[in-house]
Design a protein around this ligand. Structure first.
Ligand code: ZN
Length: 183
C-alpha cells in the first residue's frame, strides 16, 4: 500500500471554519479519487505497521473540508475486527432523527486536524439516523450507534465548520458528565 498524498489542515487554518456546500452528481473522477485516497489514508493510519512506517496518527474519519475542499462529503473507516475494515462514504448527509440518550468518549475525542491533547467531554447522541447519498448519487438511510454515531456527528460538524473543541467548556470541561453515558 502506498500512502496517498493528502494534506490535512490544522485547526489554526481558517478554511476549516467554512460551511461546506452541497454536492451535485455525478461526481467527477477527481472527487472519486480523493474519496478513495481518504479511505486508504485512514485505513493505513489504523494498521500499526503502516501507521509507524509513515508516522501517522490513527484516525477514523475525515471530511472533505479537512483537505481544504468545502464540499459536504465525509468518509469513515471502522475496524470491525482485527484487520477487517468497513468503509463509509456519506455525501450531503442529514441527521433525520436522534436518540435522547447522550454519550461521550471517556478518553476524549480526537481529530486529525487537532494535533494536541484536549481535555473534556463532547456530548453526542448515542444513536442517530442519517440520510445521505453514495458516490453514485443514490440516496440511502443509515442508523448508527455508539462510536460510529459519535464519528458521524463529529464529521457532520466539520461540514458546518465546527470542531469538537468548540463543544468543550474550557472552564468546566466535564460539565454535565453525570447526565451522559461514557463509552
Ligand atoms: Zn475531526
Amino acid at each position: 500500500m502506498k500512502l496517498p498524498e493528502i494534506e490535512i489542515l490544522d485547526e489554526k487554518d481558517k478554511r476549516l471554519r467554512q460551511i461546506s456546500k452541497e454536492v451535485t452528481f455525478p461526481l467527477d473522477k477527481e472527487d472519486k479519487k480523493k474519496i478513495h485516497d481518504m479511505l486508504t489514508y485512514l485505513k493505513m493510519s489504523q494498521i500499526e505497521e503502516t501507521r509507524e512506517k509513515y508516522n501517522l496518527r490513527a484516525g477514523m474519519g475525515l471530511s472533505y473540508v479537512q483537505i481544504g475542499i468545502p464540499k459536504r462529503i465525509f468518509v469513515i473507516v471502522d475496524e470491525v475486527e482485527e484487520n477487517v475494515f468497513e468503509n463509509y462514504v456519506l455525501i450531503n448527509p442529514k441527521i433525520i432523527s436522534n436518540s435522547e440518550e447522550l454519550i461521550y468518549v471517556g478518553e476524549g475525542e480526537g481529530c486529525l486536524s487537532i494535533n494536541r491533547e484536549v481535555e473534556g467531554i463532547v456530548p453526542r447522541y448515542a444513536r442517530i439516523t442519517v440520510e445521505a447519498f453514495d458516490m453514485e448519487g443514490n440516496a440511502f438511510t443509515i442508523r448508527v450507534r455508539e462510536d460510529l454515531s459519535i464519528a458521524f456527528q463529529h464529521e457532520i460538524d466539520h461540514l458546518n465548520g465546527i470542531l469538537f473543541i468548540d463543544k468543550i467548556d474550557p472552564k468546566n470541561p466535564y460539565k454535565n458528565a453525570e447526565n451522559m453515558r461514557e463509552i
